[in-house]
Design a protein around this ligand. Sequence first.
Ligand SMILES: Cc1cc2nc3c(=O)[nH]c(=O)nc-3n(C[C@H](O)[C@H](O)[C@H](O)COP(=O)(O)OP(=O)(O)OC[C@H]3O[C@@H](n4cnc5c(N)ncnc54)[C@H](O)[C@@H]3O)c2cc1C
Length: 421
Amino acid sequence: MKTLLILGAGTAGTMFANKIIRKLDRHEWKIILVDKDETHYYQPGYLFLPFEINKPEEIIRPKRKFVPAGVEFVLSDIEQIEPGANKVTLTKDNRVIQYDYLIIATGTDIRPEQVEGMLGGGWQQNIFDFYTFDGANKLTNFLKTWKGGRMVVNVAEVPVKCPVAPLEFVFLADWYFTRRGMRDKVEIIYSTPLPGAFTKPVATTLLGNILEEKGIHVEAEFNIGEVNSSNNVIRSWDDREIPYDLLVAIPTNMGDPVIERSGMGDELNYIATNKHTLQSEQWENIWVLGDAANLPTSKAGAVVHYQMDAAIENLLAHMGGRELKASFDGHANCFIESGFNKGLLLDFNYDVEPLPGLFPLPVVGPFKLLGESMFNHWGKLAFGWMYWHIMLKGIDVPFLPNDFSMTGKNAPKLVNLNQTL
Ligand SMILES: Cc1cc2nc3c(=O)[nH]c(=O)nc-3n(C[C@H](O)[C@H](O)[C@H](O)COP(=O)(O)OP(=O)(O)OC[C@H]3O[C@@H](n4cnc5c(N)ncnc54)[C@H](O)[C@@H]3O)c2cc1C
């Protein structure tokens, strides 16, 4: 009996387990799925908690509910991965699992201690995150009674998972305080290490215009060096200061400490991964899925969905001694909630930046790319349903092809665009 070991039962690990079980001979393969947490969190829902769009119980489910029959689920932290010895040690009972193939899907998480002073006196007093279930719930309670002041939303460094979530937060904050009749009492500042609202030029200009229309000030190229929670000020490495009454922090995102303990990652604990095959660059029997990989595309659930088939096809090819052929093109799409029941949609890949147009079909859409629409907002809400009922269960979505397509997209600035690819 051979062993396929999957580390992490989040978005990628769960989706992968559900798909691979249908492909492998159960008499030949034992599949083990390990996670330290019983609960599956729908992380896009963290964004909605502070604005009371979602209730906490709506965005969690027991992990075991999504583990397919035939897969052994082990609840344990991982002590050590030893890729040279094809061996993983769990903290629970010091169990050692010898594997033939390993899938690493341990994701990424916030590390507030990486920013000097962030965990000082103000943490969860007037400094909150919304990238964790606990953080988002605490921020929800704070906002309910907040009387207003200067709210600074700070992205500490990139990459962060769902890179548009901080932007969505400021858009929704604008809507939330307007609805509560106190928008004039809240100044909203968006501070980012990027030169503008997003990483790519066309989207940056468009999103920058929306921020301006909503009266949200952008403090660009702000690389945070310190939080001074005695004076309620954040300071950049080039000595710029931004005072705050409420700091909504998106701290440094890093891969799990087990990757560091096992000497498998870069300085942010991300694992070097072939961007087309999803195979580890260093170990040929290891595949890295989702946020744990160092891929130059967004860290997002939608990306996990699009990369899944290429990963599985290549893994099966390797198992069968065939050439790896399937190619992941970096396809990503992100709905951006912009408040007042509207949203935008970005669709891009490794080579083509987000462009305006319609998605997935030309003329018909129904989603508008890089433009606000109510349909996009409904799409974002429907994504939650799709996540629990279709994506996690590894069911194919025929109307969302894995490969990026230029169909429906307008590329009016093709000359400029070519310079940025
Ligand atoms: C606020 C917010 C909004 C978002 N919005 C969107 C969105 O709108 N659209 C979108 O596509 N994506 C969105 N995302 C991103 C999306 O949730 C992630 O990209 C996706 O969950 C990544 O899947 P993953 O499997 O790589 O990691 P995860 O889903 O995080 O799973 C990692 C799993 O590994 C387990 N694990 C880690 N280390 C260990 C260990 N040492 N031992 C045992 N188990 C371990 C964890 O418990 C976890 O279950 C959002 C994320 C956040 C935080």
